[in-house]
Design a protein around this ligand. Structure first.
Ligand SMILES: C[C@@]1(CC(=O)O)c2cc3[nH]c(cc4nc(cc5[nH]c(cc(n2)[C@H]1CCC(=O)O)[C@@](C)(CC(=O)O)[C@@H]5CCC(=O)O)C(CC(=O)O)=C4CCC(=O)O)c(CCC(=O)O)c3CC(=O)O
Ligand SMILES: NC(=O)C1=CN([C@@H]2O[C@H](COP(=O)(O)OP(=O)(O)OC[C@H]3O[C@@H](n4cnc5c(N)ncnc54)[C@H](O)[C@@H]3O)[C@@H](O)[C@H]2O)C=CC1
Length: 213
């Protein structure tokens, strides 16, 4: 499988199943996309998710009926508690030419990863379905280990601009940017000191005073 970043603006996702798993998937997509959830019941988590709810019993619907619920959709997600129903939704999605993710049943076209996000970065973690507890474990581990990753990326951006202006040797610039990432003092300064941190890093690696930013 191939990871992609997708712009959700103007896209519609249809989620089948209103349990905790359907709710987690709805929250994941509702950040950017319009979400409709179709189910015969809805968990209270939906009270806090901006998703349209449609109360429908899908038990008697065939592939063709389900396909009509998908018109214009970008992606369909099956998250009901019935595997055979989830697989039927998958066949309907294929028939409608809509991408498909299956929370439980035959693998669809799309897997949903764990995501670690900051202002300047997005990390997406998957085991390809082999061990879904692992991406969550890694997400939590990374969040705890790098609470200042965003600030470090900000420092890298600024340092990179200064280096380009002041250090002509490309290799030297690369070495500095990498060294800052492995410098425990740099991380500690960023955690504790805000603007001061940049001045200290600059002093150690370029020398001189930074221009105000
Ligand atoms: C294939 C996939 C399909 C899809 O949903 O896209 C899928 C499938 C299944 N998950 C199951 C169980 C669990 N899933 C989680 C957690 C997450 N599962 C997610 C994704 C995926 N899960 C897709 C590929 C993942 C990958 O790339 O490896 C995450 C990353 C994203 C998200 O869902 O938002 C989210 C973490 C979010 C976060 O916190 O960061 C936990 C842990 C927990 O909840 O603490 C458990 C319990 C432990 C266990 O059972 O392993 C079961 C068994 C059900 C059963 O047997 O009852 C199936 C069905 C099957 O395997 O057939
Ligand atoms: N992919 C993932 O990350 C995970 C998937 N799972 C699997 O996902 C599935 C859903 O999990 P939960 O949300 O906890 O289950 P749940 O039982 O709480 O919710 C299932 C939802 O599907 C709806 N539903 C079932 N049959 C229906 C029908 N005929 N018509 C309309 N709606 C119907 C129910 O009303 C309910 O809202 C389970 O099979 C579970 O094993 C579980 C954990 C994680």
């Amino acid at each position: 499988m191939i990871p992609l970043m997708i712009d959700g603006a103007g896209r519609h996702v249809v989620i089948f199943g209103g349990g905790p798993v359907g709710a987690r998937k709805a929250a994941y997509f509702a950040r950017e996309m319009r979400v409709t959830t179709i189910s015969r019941s809805f968990h209270e988590m939906f009270d806090n998710i901006p998703a349209e709810r449609r109360r429908v019993d899908l038990g008697t619907m065939d592939e063709e009926d389900i396909a009509t619920l998908l018109s214009g959709a970008f992606l369909a997600v099956a998250a009901t508690s019935e595997r055979t129903l989830n697989d039927r939704i998958g066949r309907a999605a294929r028939r409608a030419g809509v991408l498909f993710n299956n929370a439980d049943g035959e693998r669809g076209d799309v897997l949903i990863p764990s995501v670690v996000r900051g202002e300047h970065y997005t990390l997406s973690i998957s085991t390809g379905g082999a061990g879904p507890a692992v991406p969550r474990f890694l997400r939590e581990h990374l969040q705890q280990t790098f609470p200042h990753l965003d600030a470090m990326i900000g420092v890298q951006e600024r340092l990179r601009a200064d280096l380009k202006a002041e250090v002509p040797d490309r290799e030297r610039r690369q070495t500095v940017l990498r060294a800052v990432l492995s410098d425990p003092d740099a991380w500690a300064w960023i955690a504790a000191e805000g603007e001061e941190a940049y001045q200290k890093i600059r002093e150690r690696y370029i020398g001189g005073t930074a221009t105000a930013y």
